[in-house]
Design a protein around this ligand. Structure first.
Ligand code: HEM
Length: 399
């Protein structure tokens, strides 16, 4: 059996529940949200540490905000990680499960690492950030999620190199089931995806934070300072991002024969961001646009990651477009309705946040938003009730 046969036979015999290329698109899109929040968590926790280590009035104030942001961002990063996990398991199951097995010790430890990082970020926010105590917990809440990102990176890298799995499974013919070795990591890819994107996600959110509170007049000097910090950080990191992108292209890109397009795409993103931050004269006022620019950049990176995976697997005839599928209307309905209900609830929360908008006045949310909120939460309640009924029905009525 050759590698192509092996990959084909490892696919779910029932096939995917929906048209696979659509799931591939969702994989890339949901990964963008995931990487945005996890890198924001790393960026904000790094800022909190530095702010407490080298304090002045503004830095200390911002460090406390960052300490508060970190657990929220880690939480959102974990939640938004589940979506790409769902899709990667559906259309890339052979490679994802193989890499999780070959790195078994760490893929299990990963859960505890993430739990530890999340809990310690909370500990620092609740008990340490008021007066800069428990700084070790802030440092640990940076190191642990960073390590989780490293494990993610190794899983992704191992998964796209099936030709080496046997060598890793049985080095010199002796089976090694420990799963403790980190294989095939790529430092430029990691530096690009984690620390540099952490800097950029933080830069963008700093401008957004200042924009959100722009109407509080007495805070204007602080908010201007925060927005400018965001701009300078973006300007400092973007050129490094372009360089790391080129190095990623020169290593992994060249390995899979697509060094030139990968290099052009990633360097363009880095240089475009450099230009954007350079010409960004009003970082506070233009923060929503900056967020949009960053999301488009992350989407480009998501597509590049996907292209590398597709090209690597095409060597063995594996392609998402020929993954078998059967339309599973039950799953599609559950997925579709859950998405509609959740998007409605999240939109309602975002509208409330927006309308209560960064002032200390006792602002009222408009009746239209209130009505929308009642409908959204009503739908959520109805959906919960439906799930419970389905559970009861399958438990007691289906044998
Ligand atoms: C909290 C710390 C985390 C960090 C810093 C992190 C970071 C990353 C990074 C850097 C990648 C890309 C790796 C690469 O392409 O080389 C990635 C991919 C991924 N992450 Fe996370 N992650 C974290 C937690 C999670 C969690 C808790 C989940 C699941 C619930 C998750 C699900 C995924 C999935 C499924 C992918 C791969 C998607 C694909 O291959 O297209 N991550 N993550």
């Amino acid at each position: 059996m050759d590698i192509g046969d092996m990959l084909e036979r490892m696919r779910d015999p029932l096939g995917a529940p929906f048209y696979p290329p659509a799931l591939q698109v969702l994989l890339v899109v949901t990964w963008v949200f995931h990487i945005f929040f996890v890198t924001l968590a790393l960026g904000s926790s790094a800022y909190a540490i530095l702010g407490f280590l080298r304090p002045n009035e503004y830095r200390l104030r911002l460090a406390r905000v960052a300490a508060r942001l970190t657990p929220n961002a880690v939480g959102l990063g974990i939640v938004t990680g589940i979506a790409p996990l769902l899709f990667v398991q559906t259309i890339y199951d052979p490679i994802w499960y193989a890499s999780n097995t070959l790195t078994g010790f760490w893929s299990v430890s990963f859960i505890f690492v993430v739990m530890g990082g999340y809990s310690l970020a909370y500990l620092f926010y609740l008990k340490g950030s008021a007066d800069g105590k428990l700084l070790w917990s802030a440092i640990a809440s940076f190191v642990l999620p960073f390590f989780a990102g490293w494990v993610m990176h190794v899983l992704a890298s191992v998964s796209i190199r099936p030709e080496r799995w046997m060598e890793w499974y049985a080095p010199n013919g002796v089976i090694d089931t420990r799963g403790v070795e980190f294989h095939s990591w790529n430092i430029p890819r990691l530096v690009f995806l984690l620390p540099l994107q952490a800097g950029l996600s933080l830069a963008v959110v700093l401008t957004l934070f200042a924009w959100y509170f722009r109407r509080i007049e007495e805070d204007a000097p602080f908010m201007n300072w925060v927005a400018n910090q965001g701009r300078w950080l973006g300007l400092a990191v973007s050129p490094l991002y372009a360089v790391a992108g080129l190095l990623w292209a020169a290593t992994e890109g060249v390995e899979f024969g697509i060094g030139v397009p990968v290099g052009i795409a990633l360097a363009t993103v880095g240089l475009a961001l450099t230009g954007y931050f350079f010409f960004l004269k009003q970082p506070m006022q233009q923060a929503p646009r900056t967020l949009l620019v960053w999301i488009v950049s992350l989407l480009t990176v998501g597509v590049v990651r996907e292209a590398i995976r597709a090209v690597s697997l095409a060597r063995f005839g594996y392609s998402v477009s020929n993954y078998p599928y059967i339309m599973d209307w039950g799953s599609i309905l559950l997925f579709g309705v859950t998405t509609v209900v959740d998007v409605a609830v999240v939109t309602y929360l975002a509208l409330v946040l927006y309308q209560s908008g960064g002032t200390q006045r006792d602002t009222q949310v408009s009746p239209r938003v209130e009505r929308f909120g009642s409908i959204a939460t009503g739908m959520l309640g109805a959906w919960f009730a439906f799930f419970i009924l389905v559970g009861l029905y399958t438990t007691f009525m289906l044998k």
